[in-house]
Design a protein around this ligand. Structure first.
Ligand SMILES: [Ca+2]
Ligand SMILES: [Ca+2]
Ligand SMILES: [Ca+2]
Ligand SMILES: [Ca+2]
Length: 322
């Protein structure tokens, strides 16, 4: 008895598995619409997505209304024909089909422009989509009410002023609507603005606000973190590198790591609290004592820390090691 029960259970499981496999193999469509109240009639614009996993193409679709309805067919995509579609009819369903293989909706593609008007609000209606290989599936059309926003600068944040309604995000649109400047990718709600207390154009890396728009107030905020001393406008970035990786740096080590063979690292006449490791196969020079704009050198740069030279070459001028 026990064995027999096991055999029956196994047989039932096999049936369920076979049924599940069969269901998974059915091709599927996802049919969405927008509806527009025309005052006395309603316009419906459909987009048909083929989400079939086995590669079947959609070549025919039926739209079934709840009962007889006065319909005026308005448009179909290129290469599609309708029975009846163009003209006014009182019917219970509309049928559209592709006139050639090349117009079929292939897997993971879509077609828009299936449009008609009805004399009442049809809402979600049943459809039957026919696929290659004599397969078909049916379901209910879905109203699209999702808003998507233009993301012209590609930072992942959308422009709240530029929106479309769709079921899926069109190319170049996102669900987010919090970009205050859609022309600059570096400006978005995750932007860090650094306080520039001495108003020399260089920000204090330790004081910042995260927001999209420039922080308001008497003290300006900037996008860089380059101020070595934010109480003195004559002191800006601490290190300037000329050469291949030209730019400003906050530490001598950062500039050394980026320097190419033969480059000169210019250091401001300030105190650096850092250990410096000279260990790469290149020769660089560190020239200290510069003013905040790196236009002249009259003082000295102090390094409070250890400097170890394990490789490459280093020339030093106007630098005091403590
Ligand atoms: Ca954007
Ligand atoms: Ca932006
Ligand atoms: Ca500053
Ligand atoms: Ca400063």
């Amino acid at each position: 008895m026990k064995n027999r029960r096991f055999i029956i259970s196994a047989f039932a499981a096999a049936i369920i598995l076979l049924t599940a496999s069969y269901a998974l193999a059915l091709p599927e469509a996802f049919i969405v619409y927008k509806e527009t109240d025309l005052g006395g009639s309603w316009q419906y614009d459909y987009t048909i997505y083929n989400i079939s996993t086995e590669g079947e193409a959609i070549h025919e679709v039926f739209f079934y209304f709840a009962g007889d309805v006065a319909v005026t067919g308005t448009s179909l995509p290129a290469g599609w024909h309708g029975v009846p579609w163009t003209g006014a009819y009182t019917i219970s369903y509309l049928n559209a089909y592709s006139t050639e293989f090349t117009y079929d909706i292939v897997a993971w593609d879509s077609a828009s422009g299936f449009s008609f008007t009805t004399d009442y609000r049809a809402g979600n209606i049943l459809y039957e989509a026919h696929f290659s290989g004599d397969k078909y599936s049916s379901g209910t059309t879905v109203l699209c009410l999702f808003s998507f926003f233009r993301d012209a600068d590609g930072d992942g944040f959308g422009d709240p002023e530029d929106t479309v309604q769709s079921c899926l995000a069109p190319e170049g649109y996102v669900a987010d609507n919090t970009d205050c400047d859609d022309g600059q990718a570096q400006i978005n709600p995750q932007t860090l603005w650094y306080r520039d207390n001495d108003e020399d154009g260089y920000g204090n890396p330790a004081i910042y606000l995260q927001q999209c728009t420039v922080p308001s107030g008497p003290t300006p905020y900037v996008l860089n973190t380059l101020d070595y001393n934010d109480t003195d406008p004559s002191i800006g970035p601490s290190v300037k590198l000329s050469g291949t990786s030209a730019g400003y740096y906050l530490s001598l080590q950062a500039a050394y790591d980026e320097a190419s063979n033969g480059d000169t690292i210019q250091a401001a006449a300030v105190v650096f609290n850092e250990n410096l490791y000279i260990d790469q196969n290149k020769s660089v020079a560190i020239d200290g004592g510069y003013n905040g704009t790196f236009t002249s050198s009259s003082g000295s740069t102090t390094i409070q820390g250890n400097m170890s030279v394990a490789g490459g070459g280093l020339a030093i001028g106007n630098v005091v090691l403590q």
